[in-house]
Design a protein around this ligand. Sequence first.
Ligand code: SF4
Length: 499
Amino acid sequence: MRSDTTTDSADALDEPVAAGNVRCDACPVLCIIRPGKTGACDRYANLEGKLARVDPLVIAQRVEGPDGKVVRFLDREWNGEMLADAPIFVTGIGSGTTYPDYKPAPFIVASRHAGVDMVTVVTEGIFSYCGVKVKIDTDRFLGPEQAAVRVDGEQIGHVTTAEYGSQMLALGGVRHLTGGTKREGRVTCEALENLCNRHPVEVAIDGGSKVVIQSDAAPIVDGEREERMRVGCGSATIGMFAQQWFGHADEVIVVDDQITGVLSEHQAGRFLSMQPAGIKVRGRKSTPGRYFRVAEPGSGWGGTNVTDPLEIIEHIDPDTAWPGLRLLMVSTTGQQAAWFVLDSQLRPQPAPLPLAIEQAVARIAENCEPARCTVLFMGGAGGSLRAGVTDNPVQLTRSVKDALTRVTCGGAPVFIWPGGGITLMVDVARMPERSFGSVPTPALVVPIEFTLRRDHYAALGGHIGNIVPLEDVLARSHIAATDWRSDNPWPMGAQGDPE
Ligand code: SF4
């Protein structure tokens, strides 16, 4: 099968559909699909004259596996058997969309949990207002804050505020999806879908680097795979390891783009009664032993542009320093380290790292966590999508805020932002693979489930007449099963209750 669409006209619903063709009304594109073909998004097809969702509906079974990991849902078709003690959760993946939103969601499923009647409203929401927040564990300079992030030359987002040991990108959003050119919207949508489906995407940052981003994988910056996330800033590194360096070095300088630490001046060195070493570093002194901007950002030592650490030494005070002074310069990941001894002219002379110092540097590296990319999908379910759940949408928002309704995406827990609407964030690594789709409006298609007690559902004006028993859903022919991920809380329990 291949895509074969013929219309996106606003008047399309009034146009006759030729014999054998079907009209898909699951999104505003309103494709007319010929027999045996799929619509523009490849999600719906004309199967023997009937509109059908192509992908299987994914159910998750809470089976205690040895590793508790989700298997690829398309690898295993459901064989129709229910495991006696394996509760089943119907995810939004493959469930389809009802458009316009006043129609009830595709599945409103009844089930029982711990003797309580529950309802799960299941749909694939279409999100034009959405994007991803990407956390990239690296000290390397990826690009200036606010710089454009591009794919195939199109801006899909920007560099935002760095966090502790990580660079952050804000990608997507309605401005790039719909506010620019058609190509910008298409490229943005494709990049978001790939990122959310945990595929690698290479981005180019204006004035910075090329980075390959992939959920739960190490970032690749300008062709180099990042190994470690820094243990902390230069000052924190001194705080952690000062005791272990004491007695083996007369001075330790931890080179860091944000806060470079100088041991003998630092509070940690003072507590250890270290003798001042008289080695002054460049940059702006913040507090004793803590210096900002000792160099420019870059891909060198500690996220600076420094390749020779001696560059950051401004001067050595002859009244304080002494010949034979032992100096360790090290980065915040321990990936770079150099040992110097001052000669009779107080010039630092490189020397091999003594064993104790080698071990101390290895300890820094040991404390660095593996560098990873984290991709959080963020979108607003507070719009018309709520009408598929209840005829009084604000009641759903209140129910979510009151923790009576649990929101999940493909069964994964979400963080709901305080304030208006249902603005959620979810770690795509906790969702089954290939959970996301897209439509050419352009927008992302995202599985979303609302789970609550049946009496609460009735109270908020839910579509009670459309509730179907779980058994009816399971009787559908096109279902795929996946194991429940053991680190995801079971949505039927109370909020925060893993059962
Ligand atoms: S793009 Fe997909 S969901 Fe939208 S009308 Fe076409 S086939 Fe249906």
